[in-house]
Design a binder for this molecule. Structure first.
Ligand code: PAF
Length: 284
């Protein structure tokens, strides 16, 4: 397999994109934080199906981690990532250093209101400001025709769509379905933190969300359905539930206490030891 071309500066990234544009080629983009798994590779493949050339970025973005979160422990494997990206059809890896993205004097933050008040935005203050800021930069740097993000981070996907529209960043944002392990556990770089026993419990999260979504789609009350799901999560060995809610798929409006009234999803974040897992499941 030939080696994947890599650039580390915005200047080199733009130079390559300009060459492609000169040849009338369309450009797709898959931003990532590395530690790539099949879920990420499915995003690259989707981008490749939509565009002539595909860029993937690997950048562990410090501004989206809060104090005490896992920035230092976050898994990093640049050589392994490059090999996987090449195998998935990626044409260029953009792997900037922190100083390239946030040089001395950097003073701008992008904040999306409303959508970020709930779910992960409520429990990880500042997280989505970091995501919105870095994604605005990445889209501005690469100016792709399309950019693909996973539905596993469903709230993030909505935030990115909003930023892209509000700041006229010009990409078409595509949401791609969550890729799951055999037992349904959503693939995540953080699954690597789980012990064997925790990994068994982790596989129950998607089953419990799926059951709750099924009950809601049959018209059950949200309060009763979500209470039962909370009990099931505790019974499955989850140590703490950060949130478990039904919200509308578009604006993330809270549903309940009665039956859901809009196209919705069930969203959860729950801890196994120190590892925080998130997942979501569509109602109906
Ligand atoms: O989903 C991720 O991996 C990150 O939040 C993203 C979108 C690459 C921004 O750093």
């Amino acid at each position: 397999m030939s080696e994947l071309p890599m650039v580390r500066t915005v200047t080199d990234l733009r130079r390559q994109v300009a060459r492609w544009r000169g040849d009338s080629l369309t450009v797709g983009f898959t931003p990532t934080m590395g530690a790539l798994h099949e879920g990420h590779l499915s995003l690259v493949k989707r981008a490749k199906a939509e565009a002539d050339r595909v860029i993937a970025s690997v950048f562990v973005n410090p501004t989206q981690f809060g104090p005490g979160e896992d920035l230092d422990a976050y898994p990093r494997d640049e050589a392994g990532d490059a090999a996987k990206l090449a195998g998935a059809g990626c044409d260029l890896l953009f792997a900037p250093a922190v100083g390239e993205m946030y040089p001395d004097g950097f003073a701008t933050s992008v904040r999306v209101s409303g959508l970020t008040d709930c779910l992960c935005g409520a429990s990880r203050p500042g997280h989505f400001d970091g995501v919105a800021t870095v994604v605005s930069k990445l889209l501005g740097q690469a100016r792709p025709d399309i950019a693909v993000f996973g539905e596993k981070d469903y709230q993030q996907l909505q935030v990115i769509k909003r930023v892209n529209a509000d700041l006229d960043l010009g990409a078409r944002i595509i949401g791609a379905p969550t890729v799951r392990e055999e037992d349904g556990l959503a693939m995540s770089s953080r699954n690597a933190y789980l012990s064997e026993a925790q990994r068994l419990s982790a596989g129950k999260l998607n089953v419990i969300l799926n059951n709750a979504a099924g009950a809601l789609s049959r018209g059950a009350r949200a309060d009763e359905t979500l209470d039962a799901a909370r009990q099931a999560l505790a019974g499955a060995g989850f140590d703490r539930i950060d949130y478990l809610e039904a919200r509308s798929s578009e604006g993330l409006a809270l549903q309940g206490p009665g039956p859901v009234t809009e196209p919705s999803r069930v969203f959860a974040a729950a801890f196994l030891g120190k590892t925080r897992l998130i997942d979501n499941w569509p109602v109906g």
